[in-house]
Design a binder for this molecule. Sequence first.
Ligand code: SAM
Ligand code: SF4
Length: 469
Amino acid sequence: MKSNLFISEQELDAQRRIASQLYREIEPRGLTFFVETFGCQMNVRDSETIKGWLIDIGYAETDDKTSADLILFNTCCVRDHAEKRLMGNIGALKELKDNHPGMIIGICGCMMQQEGMAKKLLKRFPHVSLIFGTNVLHRLPEMIRRVMDGERIAVTDRANDAIAEGLPKLRDNPRSAFVNIMYGCDNFCSYCIVPYVRGRERSRRPEDVRSEVCSLVESGISEITLLGQNVNSYGNDGSTGMHFADLLRYISDVPGLKRIRFMSSHPKDLSEDVMHAIAELPNVCHHVHLPVQSGNSEILKRMNRKYTREHYLSIIENLRSLVPDIEFTTDIIVGFPGETEEAFRDTMSLVDEAGFAAAFTFAYSPRQGTVAAKMEDQIPEAIKKRRLSELNELQARKTVENNRKYIGYSGEVLVEGFDTRGTETMLYGKYQNFKMVYFSGQPELMNQYVNVRVTGINKNSLIGEIIDA
Ligand code: SAM
Ligand code: SF4
């Protein structure tokens, strides 16, 4: 049995002490920060911790990049266009820094964990003084101290992939929150850079997850999304004494917790026990984000996904028979090396058969250091582009088909936002199974649950009316 490694309380206390010293210097000067986040929910969640620290250090948040005293980009490196975009963004800040010499410009996130990247950026952009990776967020006060003292630093070590509990967080969504249940990934899908930059898989202790959920609910949050690269392998290393289905059961009775979502689910690890937990626990939402990546078993093998097309479809079938109103969303990559036209047709037919509510579709992007980047038979960009647009067209039709079955349906919606641009105020929110619906109503209903009946459909969402608030 492997035991989890945690950052010690002493180390965290030392960081908290630096934070409170910095607070006495920074807060009276009225300094502000601006954090821009790229990529997935993990990065969004990391940015909440970064912002939490910055508040504890004495900064105030601003949404005006041009006047901020500290600008930080939280980067993603899953696909290569992100790097080009980041270079442009950073380059554009040079003039701002020239006019505001005290400004700190920093870059963090997954991309900083790529080999050689931090060094390259420090060299190329003299106006950047702070670089750090995903596994050292607990050391932010010390890093800010050093930069304020005039150093230019890059801190990208993996800190033994240890988990830091009890870090500050600035959450700005009053109804819904992301909760990490695990970090890193052990799967090494052959196209994916995540295991190289985010490190080995490690699970949080169930009691830490539950106590975070309890305090979120006490603060008014009623919907949580459990995050992991593969939530279904939670505790598989034996360190937590629980698997994912047990964790769902363990937190589902937190009083006041109305909705539990989770993502992502790797098909190879979605057990019958998890299926039963989804069916039986009243607040586990009937939605599974189940990335399929390809509909062709040979390509799945080359992707190192460890399931076949048939197995994937059997999960969908089994879950639908247990939970009839369940919805699936997915991720799909087209143009993986060696993907023949026939293999691509298998993806198209799987999409046709599976009936996804929505799909996030990507053209394969070679990532240096991954197995697939070295494979022969890379697919030309033009073919990837054509396959992507064919796939998107098909999914658009399937989404409309899926939406149609909701006409006349009614259920509880959590109001997430409103739009006042038209003649009447339109509210929007999601049913528990992730379907988005628009309906007319008063903005005071924000963050509340209302019953809504579906009366029509849009391309990607439903149209409804309130039946009681
Ligand atoms: N851990 C999640 C899983 O396995 O479902 C996925 C995390 S990854 C950040 C999100 C999605 O990006 C993947 O599901 C995959 O479809 C896509 N992706 C990852 N690497 C890619 C690559 N090299 N090229 C194109 N898409 C990629
Ligand atoms: Fe990447 Fe695969 Fe891990 Fe998801 S499961 S993060 S796609 S290696």
